[in-house]
Design a binder for this molecule. Sequence first.
Ligand code: FE2
Length: 216
Amino acid sequence: MKYSSFVLIFLSTFSVCSCQQPAKKAAASDIKVGGNCEGCEAIYESPIAFDQLKEVDTLPDFTEDGPKLEVNGIIYKADGKTPAPGVVLYIYHTDQKGKYSKKGDEKGWGKRHGYIRGWVKTDQNGFYKFYTLVPASYPNSNNPKHIHPTIKEPGLTEYWIDEFLFEDDPLLPEAEKEKRQPVGGNGVLKTEMKDGMLKATRNIILGLNVRDYPKK
Ligand SMILES: [Fe+2]
């Protein structure tokens, strides 16, 4: 085999490689929405490229001791009716001691957010689901337990929406349950025990009460 043929075969073999590549940054053409959001860019630290993300993820703490939780829902477009496919949702939260614990090898925002984080991308029906443990609230605080979410939809920069909260949390302020302008829709989860696991649904409406969100 000639050297040039070998090079051609080598290149063509690797050009079709479906190896997992980390997510990239926002495109320069993305419209800036949501105002300032410290740490929202952590969404791009997904170990799996966005185009290969699935609608379901299991966060690393799921096999540890603690209350197991399944959260699922539909992400809708701004009309509140049309399912939105291809939307990336990044979530992270504290461990069972209320800390953003680390394994020690974290890079970037992982040093702040810890190892309990995950990424999903809605399917054709706008559906997403993730498995994790119910987090604990910060030590010695009145802060309710929460899961931080960040959204990235095509054509727009990443933005935050209201945290996932827990209706049965004694630290949850009453005002959160009937919030007048929830960002992305109300994030208070009503969990139900099923098959040995707490389950809850949160549907999300893209752009709802999100700053600078483009009007159609
Ligand atoms: Fe937090």
